[in-house]
Design a protein around this ligand. Structure first.
Ligand code: UD1
Ligand code: MG
Length: 454
């Protein structure tokens, strides 16, 4: 097979988005539209990828800096899809095929593009039959069913407008032929634009075969022109993701109420309640249960762990058979061993908590290393920040921290130590001993509450 170039058209303004942001930078499933297309393009092992940008100036290349091998070509002014592809041509070698994709058609699948590559030599256009073809270019065929041309809706006769087979815009052509055809385009049409679609009739005139190929799903070719279309395609995609999970055996309380903005991998017998959001790369081990309205981002949750409703887990590693939440917050750098309990209104940040330890109520654990079988009483706070620098708190195995304790870091609580409730611990507490810092309880005999002055 000849090497493949990919040209992604992304110069359009997206007037109907009513946004300062270029259209292709709006996100679907947590990722800019253009990034979906670039990630799909990368899977085809292309020799060269060119993005044609225009509206929004350097915002588009600036937002895509992680794609170091991609060439960004500016199109200014924007004079049509044919003119747009022409801007990329100087970057493409003749001995190749060129695939044209659209930065605002985010869900095109690699498998559909592979199929286009198998469709035959010559020009390959991706078409689809739509019950309502309004707005699309129509595929005009002869009596034998051979493709003759693509006619834009604005240039079509009423008879042609009845054609249900439409141009998705995506096409594949031998680069040298494409270069020649693009040079011949004229803008004598109703929009005064250089139409990429006119290369079809040029191919036909030259006797070059024109093949059609079709996407596996209609949603693959849906373009985004408005926030309404963006929201609709988001829901479509989320349902696709939900059914993919269901087919793998994941239990979803409601496939219409889960959002996956990234990659979610699940073991066996995972259960996910309604309203959960998964961002980035998340993996859930066997038998993990995620309670309603939890948000989990870039984290690994090991087998058998139960996350109760309204918990937030961000960039954390959670061991097996833990109990998290409800209303727990695990912030970046949290590492929990097995069978750890983190209960309601407990915030953990940049801390390790080893196996079988518990912090069940109303605590802040930041920059801490906590051993095994430790009990952190309700309301315990690690004071990790002096206003300028952060310090660590170390709590060794088998420690019991009484409720409402402040641990002023840097501080170490030795193995097996007990801290009395209500203490402010500013110096290391020795192992095995009871340490507390309280004034003695006194009773003032005969004391009266003040009463309101008349
Ligand atoms: C185009 C096709 C039409 C097809 C439809 C599918 C042409 C002439 N028509 O029409 O047959 O059914 O897509 O959605 O190709 N763009 C640029 N520079 C330009 C013009 C457009 O980069 O100068 C980009 C836009 O950002 C957009 C894409 O090309 O991503 C399509 O442009 P658009 O104006 O939406 O074309 P349509 O009229 O929808
Ligand atoms: Mg369009």
């Amino acid at each position: 097979m000849s090497p493949l170039n990919i040209v992604i058209l992304a110069a359009g303004k997206g007037t109907r988005m009513y946004s300062e942001k270029p259209k292709v930078l709006h996100a679907l499933a947590g990722k800019p539209l253009l990034q979906h297309v670039l990630d799909c393009a990368a899977m085809l092992n292309p020799q060269q990828v060119c993005v044609v940008y225009g509206y929004g100036g350097e915002a588009v290349p600036a937002a895509m800096q992680q794609y170091a091998d991609v060439t960004f070509v500016v199109q200014n002014p924007q004079m049509g899809t044919g003119h747009a592809v022409q801007q990329a041509m100087p970057h493409l070698g003749d001995a190749s095929n060129t695939l044209v994709l659209y930065g605002d058609v985010p869900l095109i699948q690699c498998s559909t593009l592979h199929q286009m590559q198998q469709a035959g030599d010559g020009l390959v256009i991706l078409t689809i039959n739509l019950k309502n073809p309004t707005g699309y270019g129509r595929i005009v065929r002869d009596a034998q069913g051979r493709v003759l041309s693509i006619i834009e809706e604005k240039d079509a006769t009423p008879e042609q407008r009845k054609i249900e087979e439409v141009n998705t815009g995506i096409l594949l052509a031998p680069t040298k032929m494409l270069r020649d055809w693009l040079a011949k385009l004229r803008n004598n049409n109703s929009q005064g634009e250089y139409y990429l679609t006119d290369i079809v009739s040029l191919a036909v005139q030259q006797g070059v075969a024109v093949h059609t190929s079709h996407p596996a799903h209609e949603w693959e070719i849906h373009g985004i022109n408005s926030k309404s279309q963006l929201a609709t395609l988001e829901r479509t995609w989320q349902l696709v993701e939900a059914h993919r999970l269901l087919e793998q055996g994941v239990t979803l309380a409601d496939p219409a109420r889960i959002d996956v903005r990234g990659k979610l991998s699940c073991g066996r017998d995972v259960e996910i309640d309604v309203g959960c959001i998964f961002e980035g790369e998340v993996s859930l081990g066997d038998r993990v249960r995620v309670g309603a309205y939890s948000v989990i981002r870039n984290s690994r949750i090991a087998a058998g762990t139960h996350i109760a409703p309204y918990s937030h887990v961000d960039s954390s590693e959670v061991g097996a058979n833990c109990k998290i939440g409800p209303y727990a917050r695990l912030r970046p750098g949290t590492k929990l061993g097995d069978e750890v309990h983190v209960g309601n209104f407990v915030e953990v940040k940049n801390s390790e908590i080893a196996a079988n330890s518990k912090a069940n109520h109303l605590s802040y654990i930041g920059d801490s290393t906590i051993g095994s079988r430790v009990n952190i009483g309700a309301g315990t706070i690690t004071c990790n920040y002096d206003g300028a620098n952060k310090y660590r708190t170390i709590i060794e195995d088998d420690v019991f921290i009484g409720s409402d304790t402040q641990l002023v870091a840097p501080v170490t609580v030795g193995k097996g130590a007990t801290i009395g409730a209500g203490s402010t611990i500013t110096r290391d507490a020795p192992k095995g001993e009871l340490t507390l810092s309280r004034t003695k309880q006194v009773t003032v005999a005969g004391w009266k509450r003040p009463s309101k002055k008349k």
